[in-house]
Write a protein that binds this ligand. Sequence first.
Ligand SMILES: CCCCCCC/C=C/C(=O)SCCNC(=O)CCNC(=O)[C@H](O)C(C)(C)COP(=O)(O)OP(=O)(O)OC[C@H]1O[C@@H](n2cnc3c(N)ncnc32)[C@H](O)[C@@H]1OP(=O)(O)O
Ligand SMILES: NC(=O)C1=CN([C@@H]2O[C@H](COP(=O)(O)OP(=O)(O)OC[C@H]3O[C@@H](n4cnc5c(N)ncnc54)[C@H](OP(=O)(O)O)[C@@H]3O)[C@@H](O)[C@H]2O)C=CC1
Length: 261
Amino acid sequence: MSVFRAGLFAGTVVVITGGGTGIGRALALAFGELGARVVIAARREGPLREVVETIEEGGGRARFYTLDVRDEARVEAVIGQIWEEVGPVDVLVNNAGGNFVSPAAAMSVGGFKTVLDINLVGSFLMSQAVGRRWLEAGRGGSIINMSATNAESGSPLMVHSGASKAGINSLTQTLAVEWGGAGVRVNAVLPGPVRTEGSDERLWTDEKVVKRLEDGIPLGRFAQPEDVVGVVMFLASEAGAFLTGSLIAVDGGERLRRLIF
Ligand SMILES: CCCCCCC/C=C/C(=O)SCCNC(=O)CCNC(=O)[C@H](O)C(C)(C)COP(=O)(O)OP(=O)(O)OC[C@H]1O[C@@H](n2cnc3c(N)ncnc32)[C@H](O)[C@@H]1OP(=O)(O)O
Ligand SMILES: NC(=O)C1=CN([C@@H]2O[C@H](COP(=O)(O)OP(=O)(O)OC[C@H]3O[C@@H](n4cnc5c(N)ncnc54)[C@H](OP(=O)(O)O)[C@@H]3O)[C@@H](O)[C@H]2O)C=CC1
């Protein structure tokens, strides 16, 4: 992240859900490096603890809270604790997400609702708990939602994920309008396929599929978590001061793939 100046986020409290692995981990490390007070939250303590230790070893400041973003009471309690123990939140990154591959016809309603609850309801609960405090205090802030390109292009074999991410896009634009006057900016980042712990385990398990996807990416390679970091930093910084309700794809052009002949 050497394109961003040292100390860019000094004095800024950044909360990242799902910060123990994958894209969330890359974001936590990058924000930590640029001086933010990083707070990460997810269900498993092990990965969260490891990320906090890595940030602290590098001279940064971080802490973690365990929570399930679907649990309304726990979300409210953890956000309250963060305000008291760390300070008012400046940036919220709704990154926690779930997915698995299944034909729509075979998917249980429970499976469908599980992914909707984690991705869409979880992002709503976190945004509401943080946003209410911002509105009450008359202070602004920035929310960055982790959507995906499957929100806009159909989502074969991941109907739950595509529907949830389309919902996140709408949530992003609605909150941007409702809260813009209070100085709250709400934007979304839409990655295409990214190699992460979670997706390698659940989505990109077949090397033939990986190769086919990669062949369709104009920039010629699969994304790594670090590829998503720059745009999130930009949106969280003053450089993004006039962006709200924006949906920004980060996919090496994958969503544009078209066979002409
Ligand atoms: C060209 C494409 C562009 C790219 C688009 C990519 C977009 C998005 C990508 C990603 O999100 S990658 C991130 C992947 N990471 C994760 O998924 C991490 C977190 N995931 C999980 O915790 C689980 O996988 C979970 C299933 C999402 C949630 O776990 P939880 O413990 O809460 O649920 P369960 O109790 O295990 O299951 C609930 C429900 O779901 C059914 N189910 C679970 N796994 C599968 C499966 N592999 N296949 C079919 N059904 C599954 C399970 O049976 C339960 O159903 P019911 O019993 O309630 O009916
Ligand atoms: N990888 C990809 O190809 C793409 C990913 N995305 C999105 O990027 C985001 C990050 O995904 P990625 O890094 O790939 O995947 P990972 O599985 O590596 O990371 C997801 C994180 O979310 C946390 N999480 C999952 N469910 C919950 C929950 N109910 N409550 C709290 N935390 C939860 C997990 O931690 P824990 O299990 O400890 O709770 C995990 O650390 C997701 O929103 C995903 O949809 C978008 C497009 C493409």
